[in-house]
Structures are given as C-alpha cells and as structure tokens.
Design a protein around this ligand. Structure first.
Ligand code: FES
Length: 152
C-alpha cells in the first residue's frame, strides 16, 4: 500500500507517494532520487542518513514516511539555507576532516544544527552533538579539530 505525502524538501514543496512502511531515507533515495542522504546501518546507529526535520537533526532511517507529512526536511544539499553551513564546510575542509566522505553529510548536519543554536559551542558540546555520527576512515580527531575551528 502506498500513501500520499506532502512536505517541504530543501525549501521546495514535494508531493509524492511512497510505500506506507518506507522510512524517510527510502522516500528520499528511492522515491525522490535524493542520494545525498546516505545509508549505513538503517538502524539508527551510524548517522549517515541524518537530515534536518523541522530544523532538528534526526536519523531519517528511523522516521516513517507517514511521520513526514507537513514537515520541513533539509538534506545535505539544502543546507545553504542555514547561515553557518559555509563556515562548517570550510573548517572541516581546512582540517582535512574526511577521507572517503560517506559520513560527511551526517556530520555536517549535526554541526550545522548545533552551531545554529549555539555558535560558541564548547568541545564537550561538539562531542555530544556528534556522538550519533560514525566515521570509519579518519577517526575523529580531524573532524573534531574542524568542528572546533567552526565554533571559534
Ligand atoms: Fe540511519 Fe545509520 S542509516 S543511522
């Protein structure tokens, strides 16, 4: 069974239909072909699928399609709408934070959400905000250095 869905995606209205049991990750990737949202565990543990839902970072693999109705979704491709995004991306690049980059959209979304609320976040704040994001390549030191640079 498919359900009708209306929501806002990166500032644009979306009307679509998706399987009733689909996750938001699957709606984004399989129905709307927005593959900037990545899939890792599909169990809420890795953060690869993170998006902003009503400006809060969430694991889209844990949100069911019907829960998206009427909401505002921002993926890694829509983050320019938030003022701190350029600072976050530049700081992470300066610190060579990522290697393969697969986890990067999730990390950037977590940092943009935090620094929008709290531009002077401490190292502890940053570590707490990133605890749901897993990186398998670089470890976390370069990512944290980039996060701290973005917060200064
Ligand atoms: Fe959603 Fe891992 S794919 S948290």
């Amino acid at each position: 069974k498919r359900i009708a869905l209306k929501f806002t995606l990166n500032g644009e209205p979306v009307e679509t239909a998706a399987p009733a049991g689909a996750s938001l990750t699957r709606v984004l990737r399989d129905t709307l072909y927005r593959t900037e949202t990545k899939i890792g565990c599909e169990a809420g543990r890795c953060g690869a699928c993170m998006v902003l839902m009503n400006r809060k970072p969430i694991n889209s693999c844990l949100v069911m399609a019907w829960q998206v109705e009427g909401s505002e979704i921002i993926t890694g491709s829509g983050l320019e709408a938030l003022a701190v995004t350029g600072t976050v991306r530049q700081a992470l690049a300066e610190e060579s934070a990522f290697q393969c980059g697969y986890c990067a959209p999730g990390f950037v979304i977590s940092l943009v959400a935090l620094l929008t609320e709290n531009p002077k976040a401490t190292r502890d704040d940053l570590m707490t905000a990133l605890e749901g994001n897993i990186c398998r390549c670089t470890g976390y030191h370069s990512i944290l250095r980039g996060a701290e640079l973005a917060a200064t």
